[in-house]
Ligand binder design. Structure first.
Ligand code: ZN
Length: 133
């Protein structure tokens, strides 16, 4: 098992950052062939998902969907603390991690799949934890 991590910085409040190549770099660095990769973000207002990043409209549509599902400032109790309840709720809906098969030294993703870090409370620097078993 290998354990590694890296950081990424978002530039807007809601950002969807493609971290696929950073993960593949870690897999190559440790010379791993076959296995399972766990990607985890240790933050309460960020999440990990897998989807298409070729057509940027997908991520714009994803952002619109989440804003409809969890509108900002809709009377949440946590907004009395630091005003980012929607960020926490979106992160909880999407989830903090994904498991991805590793084959021939890289993530065995589908043609149109990318690993995306979703930052719902940027701009911030986020840590990404990668373990490969
Ligand atoms: Zn908060």
């Amino acid at each position: 098992m290998i354990s590694d991590k890296f950081s990424v910085s978002s530039k807007k409040r809601e950002s969807y950052l493609d971290i696929t190549s950073s993960i593949n770099k870690i897999i190559r660095k440790h010379n791993l062939g076959e296995g399972v990769c766990m990607v985890f973000v240790p933050h309460a207002t960020a999440a990990i998902t897998i989807n298409e990043n070729y057509d940027p409209n997908i991520l714009a549509d994803f952002d619109s969907l989440l804003k409809k599902l969890v509108p900002r400032g809709a009377g949440y109790l946590h907004d009395r603390i630091d005003g980012n309840a929607d960020s926490h709720l979106k992160a909880a809906v999407i989830g903090p991690s994904e498991f991805i098969p590793v084959s021939q030294g890289k993530l065995a993703l589908g043609t149109w799949q990318s690993v995306l870090l979703c930052d719902f409370d940027g701009p911030r620097t986020r840590e990404v934890v990668v373990r490969v078993f």
